[in-house]
Design a protein around this ligand. Structure first.
Ligand SMILES: C[S@@+](CC[C@H](N)C(=O)[O-])C[C@H]1O[C@@H](n2cnc3c(N)ncnc32)[C@H](O)[C@@H]1O
Length: 325
């Protein structure tokens, strides 16, 4: 089995090229072809393609992404690296109201002739728990994290993948504009000193909050920001971390949400209070009505207490592990 390790200089060149030139062009990926559309910037796609190409002659390597959506990144990388096995995990739980994304991805894999692209239709935690069943003995050389964006999921996407990562793996974390994503990356870097932040790119806001002009520049660029991590590259010298705020109050608020009986309505509650801030009485009334209906539908399943529900009634009173059994 032939293995190669891309040099740090090769990785830096791949990232620099992507920053200068974006997507690796081919007729099927032209923006007008309609074959590939999705939620990623051209520089993000371009960096994945170029990083994956560094590993094409390594038979032990593969590409893995969490968050396939309609297959833009998975197919773009697979098309650029026909000899590299490429895997994508998605449970199609988000951005898929018509339940069409699974068939869109499979159709696109076929349309592009990407026989090296493999879809893992599962929740990322279940998939990473038993990833060997899909990737065999391969190691993840390029790992793209673009699935659920809550703090815990972001951190666990990194932690749970550790046993499967290639010695010279590169991790690209999308949506690093978000503070909680940067915090998860910074926490991972602080607790894993063999990992280094090699590149970071940010845009002014989430593209959905941009003007049309800014949005098109983000689409051609780094979309909603990325952090790129490499392993065992001590030549990088001083360790750096993505910028984070010292205040942890938003993370500390998690403790109020999780044990609250209305936790499942936290999104609705935030939208409701936002209408107050926006001084929009009609929108407020509409949302309030929707919430009243929602509360009556979930009432039979509500936890017993207003807050501080522990869900521990059925847990054992005391348990201790026996030594040597
Ligand atoms: C932003 S989209 C990915 C965009 C994609 N990389 C592209 O090229 O357009 C995020 C995806 O993550 C998936 N996702 C969210 N939570 C997940 C979970 N717990 N397990 C697996 N996939 C998940 C969603 O279904 C969604 O398709």
């Amino acid at each position: 089995m032939h293995t190669t390790e891309p040099s740090l200089a090769g990785i830096v060149d791949a990232i620099t090229e992507a920053n200068l030139h974006g997507l690796l062009r081919n007729e099927k990926q032209s923006p007008d072809s309609g074959v590939l559309t999705g939620y990623s910037g051209n520089k993000v796609v371009g960096v994945l393609q170029r990083l994956a190409r560094l590993f094409v002659s390594d038979a032990t390597a593969c590409y893995l992404e969490i968050g396939v959506f309609q297959g833009l990144t998975l197919n773009s990388v697979a098309y650029a690296t026909p000899t590299l096995a490429c895997f994508g995990i998605d449970n199609f739980a988000f951005f898929d109201p018509g339940k069409k994304n699974l068939s869109i991805v499979t159709q696109r894999i076929e349309a592009l002739g990407n026989s090296n692209a493999h879809l893992i239709n599962a929740d990322f935690e279940d998939a990473l728990d038993n990833l060997g069943a899909w990737i065999g003995d391969r190691k993840i050389a390029v790992y793209f994290v673009d699935g659920p964006h809550d703090y815990r999921s972001q951190l666990m996407c990194l932690e749970f993948a550790l046993p499967y990562l290639h010695e010279r793996a590169v991790i690209v974390i999308d949506d690093s504009n978000y503070e909680h994503v940067r915090q998860a990356n910074a926490d991972f870097l602080r607790t894993h000193p063999d990992w280094f932040l090699i590149a970071q790119a940010y845009t002014s806001s989430h593209p959905d909050n941009m003007s049309a002009e800014e949005g098109s520049s983000a689409k051609n660029g780094w979309w909603n920001g990325v952090n790129i991590l490499v392993r065992n590259q001590k030549d990088l010298g001083t360790r750096i971390y993505p910028p984070t705020r010292r205040s942890r109050s938003a993370f500390e608020a998690d403790h109020l949400v999780h044990p609250h009986r209305m936790a499942s309505l936290v999104g609705d509650s935030l939208r409701l209070t936002n209408e107050i801030a926006n001084k929009a009485p009609l929108a407020f009334a509409r949302r309030l009505l929707r919430m009243v209906r929602k509360i009556s539908s979930i009432r039979p399943r509500l936890a017993k207490f207003d807050s501080m529900n522990t869900n521990s009634r059925e847990l054992p009173e005391f348990i201790i592990s026996k030594i040597g059994q």
